[in-house]
Design a protein around this ligand. Structure first.
Ligand code: PMP
Length: 389
């Protein structure tokens, strides 16, 4: 029997074999001509994946939290007002992080499982002259999906820069950074971008770069300062070697491979595939009588899902059973309800067989945990959605 498990957590995810091959090639010099080509190509392709042809991409070794830090450190100065929309754990993290840069951080919290209503955001924007408005496209703790269009309309109306935390959305959920007027959109390599953990990836709009250039005070964070990184990104973009901090050579090469695969699939196909996968998973859970944290389908992410355990099912035992079936799932993350729900990532390279294997293992785990349900019921509903044109 194969011992390998299927990693179905919301990041790191399953990676394509070609990406893993790039990780395993002998490491070259960061100024070698072929590496310079790879880095430059990856930067160009990021603009296509983010749909931001005029954007400035940054690729820096670090996790998604570094990308959050980079946007905050470069765009916020002490005394600036920032508004954070929180739909879970990562909204709270952003507020916490932003307080390192300014004392004036306001948070609008959504009801659990929902987004912050547009009217509430507008009411708040009328009260104060905010410089930055941040939101989590998909909060990985709740699987709640925000609509970036509604938020950026307000950002533009009130002259506020919008920052989209896309760590659990970029290259999975629909994002059209330039058309939608999002000023900063960032992610980390280990999610729908499909590269092992270790890269912070960010694209800034020309407006965001102008705001950074007209800062009155230096960026109080050495590693995150765009002053150090912009010349490097510009050089590699022009196929010239440059050095500030040694790039994660193999990760950057793997990024080039993964972005190529993403663009080969095509962004529209990819958005559509994620929508279908997300729906298939949700329909399967609903058929089995499970409820989910997102209170309705319109605010449910397509990159991951967060179902509650049904009554009587012990979460720890359930996750152990599913693991025995060969599938790794994640437990809850929101402190208050941590033991009441689990999380399943279904983004990036996840294919039909992976999804069905996961749904099958969940079904087995639930039935063994005492949840009464006809065998195959969840699978049938997932297949029905997946079979639709
Ligand atoms: N934002 C969101 C929405 C995330 O899901 C995560 C990671 N799960 C982060 C930020 C932080 O990323 P990292 O763990 O790579 O630092």
């Amino acid at each position: 029997m194969k011992a390998r498990k299927l990693l179905m957590i919301p990041g790191p995810i399953e990676f394509e074999p070609e990406v893993m091959q790039a990780m395993g090639t002998p490491t070259t010099s960061h100024v070698a001509p072929d590496f310079v080509q790879s880095f430059g190509h990856a930067l160009d392709m990021m603009k296509e994946v983010w749909m931001a042809p005029k954007g400035q991409p940054f690729v820096v070794a670090g996790s998604g939290t570094l990308a959050m830090d980079m946007a905050a450190a470069n765009l916020v100065e002490d005394g600036d007002s920032v508004l954070v929309l929180s739909t879970g754990y990562f909204g709270e993290r952003y507020a916490d992080l932003l307080r390192r840069y300014t004392g004036d951080v306001d948070v609008l919290r959504a009801e659990q499982g929902d987004v912050v209503e547009v009217e509430r955001i507008e009411e708040q924007l009328k009260k104060k002259n905010y410089k930055l408005l941040t939101f989590t496209h998909v909060d990985t703790s709740t699987a709640v999906l925000n609509d970036p269009r509604a938020i950026r309309r307000l950002g533009q109306k009130y002259g506020v820069l919008t920052v989209l935390d896309g760590v659990c959305s970029v290259a999975g959920e629909e994002i059209r950074q330039e058309e939608w007027g999002i000023d900063v959109a960032f992610t980390a390599s280990q999610k729908a971008i499909g590269v092992p953990p270790g890269l912070a990836l960010l694209v800034a709009s020309p407006k965001a770069m102008d705001v950074w250039k007209s800062r009155k005070t230096p960026v109080p964070n050495y590693y995150a300062d765009w002053k150090n990184w912009l010349p490097i990104m510009e050089a590699y973009g022009n196929r010239q070697p440059a050095y500030f901090g040694t790039p994660a050579v193999n990760l950057v090469q793997a990024l080039e491979v993964s972005l190529k695969l993403i663009l080969q699939e095509g962004m529209e196909n990819r958005f559509q595939r994620h929508r279908k996968t997300g729906k298939a998973f949700r329909e399967a859970m609903k058929a089995g009588g499970l409820t989910m944290i997102p209170s309705r389908d319109e605010v449910a992410a397509n990159t991951l899902s967060a179902p509650y355990y049904p009554d009587g099912v012990d979460g720890k035992k359930f996750l152990g059973q599913v693991n025995k079936e060969g599938i790794i799932l994640a437990g809850g993350l929101l402190a208050d309800i941590k033991t009441q729900y689990f999380r399943v990532g279904h983004m990036g390279a996840v294919n039909r067989s992976d999804l069905l294997a996961t749904v099958g293992a969940i079904e087995t785990g639930l039935r063994q945990g005492g949840h009464s349900m006809e065998a195959g019921l969840m699978l049938k509903h997932a297949q029905q959605v997946l079979d639709q044109e």
